[in-house]
Design a protein around this ligand. Structure first.
Ligand SMILES: [Zn+2]
Length: 97
């Protein structure tokens, strides 16, 4: 958490983005060999596009098994979304507990 990564322009081969669609060398037992990255970090979480099963792989293992990246996920945002801040900005409503 709070990890800042701004690595535009280098390490593209090793870069793993949330939302990447990848193909692995070895197919899942269900027969599918394409996966969506649902979590990145030290461990990579992959969701099988065929059966929906989720597996967790060590980053190094993932990089070894990945054969191709079919789709790139969006460029990672450090702040995923504008924080929702109550209704402070919409007219100064005071909220009483
Ligand atoms: Zn599967």
């Amino acid at each position: 958490m709070g990890e800042v990564y701004r690595k535009e322009g280098f390490g593209m081969e090793d870069e793993i983005r949330l939302g990447d669609v990848v193909r692995t060398k070895k197919p899942h037992p269900c027969g599918g060999d394409t996966w969506t990255v649902t979590r990145t970090g030290a461990d990579i979480k992959l969701k099988c596009r065929t059966c929906g099963r989720v597996v967790m792989l060590d980053r190094v293992v993932f990089l070894k098994r990945r054969k191709a990246t079919l789709e790139r996920g969006p460029v990672p945002n450090i702040i995923p979304d504008e924080p929702v801040h109550g209704s402070e900005q919409s007219g100064g409503t005071v909220i009483h507990e």
